[in-house]
Design a protein around this ligand. Structure first.
Ligand code: SAM
Length: 247
């Protein structure tokens, strides 16, 4: 079992600590779904990063994610909105957690992203893993298109992202979770796009990428994982996607 000790420290900065909140309401469906997705997408990133040894790592929509970068041996860049990166740094400092990575503040998509990464030391000729997990749903389809098209990366690079399936392709748990999130009052970060795997594959091709694999998040772990869970349940809503630059 992997324990993300940094996440525990980061959570301790908040009152109530998100960890304590989840432990207090372990079976609450929205928390179960959010917890499951966060764990599974991080596992996906770690697995594919280990299997595809790229020289550099760029986290798009980095948020408070310190888990994925922690084991990466090369340089890391963190892209998120300016206020979020500043907040992240403050939270990491307060929690005593290393804020690994060079901040590159941007509201995405932005055609200036790659030039800014170069200014921040990124080598555009070296294979790079771009991890954009938990991001696509906060962008419209057109914004996703612009972002994907702006990522012109050298051969050997890898893009990892996740998308939300439309209701028609989700299961009841997925639809309930989506409905609960969309109904949240005062939601400042609404979900703006959802893709079928086929629709996303087409978008990737349009934007210069080749889909390498697409898997339902529940398949990120063996069936035994689900059998051993007291609260987590497989949910069909999130698709984990890996793509490579078109050769
Ligand atoms: C759900 S969090 C995901 C954090 C982390 N990547 C993960 O996998 O847990 C979404 C992150 O995307 C960022 N984000 C949303 N829209 C964005 C935009 N237009 N430009 C840059 N970052 C954005 C948010 O600030 C937030 O940090």
């Amino acid at each position: 079992m992997i324990i993300d000790h940094d996440a525990v420290e980061l959570c301790s900065v908040f009152t109530p600590s998100p960890v304590e909140f989840h432990l207090s309401f372990p079976a609450e469906p929205v928390l179960v779904a959010a917890r499951g997705s966060a764990v599974l997408r991080a596992a996906f990133a770690r697995q594919l990063l280990a299997a595809n040894r790229t020289a550099q790592l760029v986290l798009l929509g980095a948020g408070l994610d310190t888990f994925v970068a922690a084991e990466f041996s090369g340089p890391v860049w963190l892209v998120d909105r300016p206020a979020v990166l500043a907040w992240r740094h403050q939270v990491c400092t307060q929690a005593g957690v290393a804020d690994i990575g060079t901040p590159v503040p941007f509201a995405l998509p932005d055609a200036g992203l790659l030039p800014a990464l170069v200014d921040a030391g990124w080598d555009p000729t070296a294979p790079t893993a771009v991890i954009a997990l938990g991001l696509s749903m906060y962008l419209t389809e057109e914004q996703n298109r612009a972002l994907l098209a702006s990522l012109v990366l050298p051969p050997g690079s890898l893009l990892l992202m996740d998308v939300l399936l439309p209701d028609i392709a989700a299961d009841a748990a997925g639809r309930d979770y989506a409905a609960a999130i969309c109904a949240r009052a005062g939601n400042s970060e609404p979900w703006l796009s959802r893709f079928t795997p086929a629709g996303l594959a087409e978008l990737l091709v349009d934007c210069g990428w080749t889909l390498r694999e697409s898997r339902p998040e529940a398949e990120q772990v063996p069936a035994l994982f689900w059998q051993r869970q007291s609260h987590l349940r497989p949910m069909r809503l999130v698709e984990l996607v890996a793509a490579v630059p078109r050769s």
